[in-house]
Design a protein around this ligand. Structure first.
Ligand code: PEP
Ligand code: MG
Length: 902
């Protein structure tokens, strides 16, 4: 839209011309005022200036052609309808000028009330209000104050200060004690403030007031707080706001007037009933400002039964019409009820499920619509224990909410100490600069993990999410000093043994203990709450909607799990197999030394000895997992360790050797180790000798794993089980890599399954961009693809997954380069395109090729919708995200209007 738009372009809509579906054009407030007008509800007459007019104004700095004339025409018809003229000295029409964007941005933009008052019309207003001088002068001073502050940037405190001075002189704290003369004096004082700051008199021309107020509302779209809010809420920056010009009605005309807000159901719990607040003899801004205490809406019944009954009738009508919880703002002017706003109300996650269930019961919506109205983010919120933050707790730091939940516990700095204290029954929070695989035992023992470095895909974050354990990562205000066993934050020192609380949803860190409540929804998923037999509206609603989602979804949902316990839990949560068993996680703890020997071995016999020792351990791991997932597919990925995680740190080893040499000790063994570690040292381990590369370089490593997998499957099958192993090769970039591994694997499979037939699939991760781009070739050697979107994002963007989120993503988010970390939600245009290309070309080469995703994105709501659209067969995610993925996979079908349920 540009200023040169033709005169005919419609920029202004009377309330009678719009409807609730025109939110893009009329904003939420305007669209709903129009809807209520057309329902015949008592809405003060008015009109809406479109978001397009705002966009044009913001683009060019001037009102688009035709806008002024259209405002004039609508104003005239409003004047005719009301039988009054804007600013008429005898009987003035007054209007409010209100912002209203497509998405609600509460309090972020501007409103000016009482436009049309001036030195003459204030007298007319008084006469109109039955000689109520006080009311008229109070309205006038409110206009100057709001107009000054909003339109002309006069500092608000100056007006507040003048008001306080008058109150002090009168010896009162209450605005209501000021009489008409006081307020007349206040108007003079305000006008002087206005003149001092703007260099001009307060405008007396009503039309000028109106035009300036409209401009100010347009401009408030780009006010700093609005920009910030939009970024946080991911509201696009180019929508602009509509402007509503509404006939003023007054709730401050005496005891038979008032103003209030109401919800048609409880927005916290979803319970039916009447929820609202009322304030007699007041305007809406008094309620918002909390200047005076409101009373429960029910008390209106005593004050004004007719208005109360009418309001309840309207609320019921609105619910039936919108088929949802509505929130409402209303004003009563001398016993006459006016509706000033309605919209589908915001609600808590719990209320969203409960209300959706109730509306189905009431026959207002069907189950598809109920499924559409809830989302995975809400379900995830309901699945984590929460802090009871009813008391004031101030966070001391904020990091990245890396794995949701709430945890309080004693601070420890080492894995060993975490294990020790946990064994004594203590809750501990493991605090590290960053974690590495050696911290695994400590992470298992801890209630929560707090790191000062690393993003959402850092080791701490990924492992914690896998365990369903609370984690805050990258809290860089915290200075961790592990040797000294303390950290410093905001000038305070926290020592080992002190208690902290961390919120893995918000990333907030608190000193001391904040009480925690468990999740009923998790208890339900775990099977310990039976929805048919408990009186819990939330659990029943979740059960009902989940059952429907399962019936609707086409995508299967698997889990990423490396242990029998994780597999069992995920199965209870509804997982239909394992999409990724990361075998490198099986080489930690005691086995780490064997892997170190294997990697550093120079002679074949050393290597073979290590492999031989590992084989039975691995076989036992797989037996356990196949047993827990009996009858369901289990994708086992061959080892993919970034090498540095398994080798002793080079610098430390070098220092140890140097110190020992200095002391004249025998260091032959350490020197040999140092030489080997130097030999294997990599500057970029994530781009180095990992995945299939390691498998091709270290003879026997993959073969040992393949043998362990197949032997485990055969063992389970011999015991009457139904194992479904799928062997997956990581980090493949060229079909030749896969072919080489495949040839060796097939021989082993053939040999081992001679005893007992078990079908074993061989497939590959698609996580190197080259693999995605040569998927047609790779599919010739793969029975399935699983997209490793963590690495695909890392290599697609060239972002180190362990570093960038904490390092500079804040700036990228600020600049709008992306709205959300591409490690969290799939970058549809870039990385997503690689997924699409590989899917299409893979399936073209091998029809029926099984496709899944096992990167972190597999449990991200928006990404699940993307994978549904691309046509994958399944998503795989950490156990705790399985229900979220099930729900979103169902929603994806409903939202694409599909009937392709399973
Ligand atoms: C991936 O890269 O997306 C993946 C699942 O593998 P990992 O996270 O283990 O590298
Ligand atoms: Mg990977």
């Amino acid at each position: 839209m540009a200023a040169q738009e033709t005169v005919d372009h419609k920029y202004v809509y009377d309330f009678s011309e719009g409807n609730k579906d025109l939110k893009d054009l009329l904003g939420g407030k305007g669209a709903n005022l129009a809807e209520m007008t057309n329902l015949g509800l008592p809405v003060p007459p008015g009109f809406t200036i479109t978001t397009e007019a705002c966009q044009a104004y913001l683009a060019t700095g001037q009102e688009p052609d035709g806008l002024a004339g259209q405002i004039e025409a609508h104003l005239e018809s409003l004047e005719r309808a009301m039988g009054k003229r804007l600013g008429d000295p005898q009987d003035p029409l007054l209007v409010s000028v209100r912002s209203g964007a497509k998405f609600s941005m509460p309090g972020m933009m501007e409103t000016v009330l009482n436009v049309g008052l001036n030195d003459q019309s204030v007298v007319g207003l008084s006469a109109q209000a039955g000689g109520n001088d006080r009311f008229a002068w109070d309205s006038y001073r409110r206009l100057i104050q709001m107009f000054g502050k909003t339109v002309c940037e006069v500092p608000g405190e100056e007006f507040e200060h003048a008001l306080d001075e008058i109150k002090n002189a009168k010896g009162t704290h209450n605005d209501l004690d000021l009489d008409a003369d006081d307020l007349r004096g206040l108007v003079d004082a305000y006008k002087k403030i206005f003149l001092k700051h703007t260099g001009r008199e307060f405008p007396q021309q009503p039309r000028e007031q109106l035009d300036l107020a409209i401009r100010a509302v347009f401009e408030s779209w780009n006010a700093e707080r609005a920009v910030l809010y939009r970024r946080q809420e991911r509201i696009p920056a180019d929508l602009g706001t509509a402007v509503n010009v509404v006939t003023m009605v007054f709730g401050n005309l005496g005891p038979d007037s008032g103003t209030g807000v109401a919800f048609t159901r409880d927005p916290a719990s979803g319970a039916q009933g009447i929820y609202g607040d009322y304030l007699a003899n007041a305007q809406g801004e008094d309620v918002v400002a909390g200047i005076r205490n409101t009373v429960p809406l029910q008390e209106l019944e005593q004050l004004d039964k007719a208005s109360y009954d009418e309001l309840l009738g309207i609320m019921a009508r609105l619910e039936e019409h919108y088929k949802d919880l509505c929130d409402i703002e209303f004003t009563i002017e001398r016993g006459k009820l006016w509706m000033l706003q309605t919209r589908v109300g915001k609600r808590t996650a719990a209320a969203a499920f409960v209300i959706a269930g109730q509306l189905v019961d009431e026959g207002l919506i069907d189950l598809d619509e109920a499924l559409h109205r809830v989302n995975g983010a809400q379900l995830a919120q309901l699945m984590f224990p929460r802090f009871q933050l009813d008391h004031e707790f101030e966070p001391v730091a904020k990091g990245i909410g890396a794995s949701p939940g709430a945890a309080s516990g004693t601070v420890v700095f080492t894995s060993a100490r975490a294990v020790e204290l946990a064994a004594e029954g203590k809750s501990v929070i493991l605090v590290r600069r960053e974690t590495n695989p050696d911290d695994l035992n400590g992470m298992i023992a801890a209630k929560g993990i707090l790191t000062s470095r690393g993003g959402k895909t850092s080791h701490a974050a990924v492992v914690a999410r896998g365990m369903g354990k609370t984690c805050v990562s990258g809290a860089d205000e915290i200075e961790v000093n592990v040797p000294a066993k303390r950290f410093v934050v905001a000038g305070q020192t926290v020592n080992e043994g002190d208690v902290v609380s961390i919120d893995g949803t918000t990333g907030k860190v608190y000193l001391g203990e904040v009480p925690v409540m468990p999740s009923e929804v998790v208890q339900y998923f775990e099977g310990s709450l039976d929805p048919e037999h408990i009186d819990n509206a939330l659990v029943r609603a979740v059960h009902r909607i989940m059952t429907h989602a399962d019936g609707r979804r086409r995508l299967a949902v698997r889990t990423n799990a490396d242990t029998g316990a994780d597999a069992a839990r995920a199965r209870r949560f509804g997982a239909e197999g394992i999409g990724l068993c990361r075998t490198e996680h099986m080489f930690l703890g005691d086995r780490r030394e064997l892997v170190e020997r294997l990697i550093l071995a120079r002679a074949a016999d050393e290597r073979e000895a290590a492999l031989e020792a590992l084989l039975p351990l691995q076989r036992a791991d797989f037996v356990e997992i196949f047993r827990e997932m009996d009858g369901l597919p289990v994708t086992v990925r061959l080892i993919d360790p970034p090498l540095h995680e398994f080798l002793p740190p080079l610098e430390q080893l070098a220092v140890n050797v140097a110190v020992a040499q200095e002391r004249g000790e025998d260091v032959a063994k350490e020197e040999a180790l140092l030489a080997a570690v130097r030999r294997m040292h990599e500057e970029n381990p994530m781009l180095g000798l990992r995945g299939v590369r390691l498998g091709l370089v270290i003879p026997g490593l993959f073969a040992m794993q393949v043998r362990a997998i197949v032997e485990a499957a055969v063992e389970c099958a011999q015991r009457g089980g139904d194992p479904k192993p799928e062997i997956m090769v990581p980090l493949v970039g060229a079909v030749q890599e896969l072919e080489t591994v495949r040839a060796e694997a097939e021989k082993i499979i053939e040999e081992v399954t001679r005893e007992k037939a078990v079908e074993v699939l061989i497939g590959t991760m698609i996580e190197v961009p080259r693999a995605a781009l040569t998927a047609g070739q790779i599919a010739e050697a793969a029975e399935f693809f699983s997209f490793g979107t963590n690495d695909l994002t890392q290599m697609g963007w060239g972002f180190s997954r362990d570093d960038v989120e904490g390092a500079f993503f804040w700036r990228y988010l600020e600049l709008g380069i992306f709205g959300i970390s591409p490690f969290e939600s799939i970058d549809r245009d870039g990385v997503g395109r690689l997924v699409r290309i590989a899917s299409e070309e893979g399936r073209a080469a091998r029809p029926g090729l099984k496709l899944g995703v096992c990167g972190e994105h597999g449990g991200d709501p928006d990404s699940v919708h993307f994978f549904h659209e691309v046509g994958l067969d399944y998503v795989s995610c950490s156990p705790f995200r399985v229900p979220v993925a099930r729900l979103e996979a169902g929603r994806a079908v409903v939202e694409t209007g599909g009937s392709d349920s399973r």
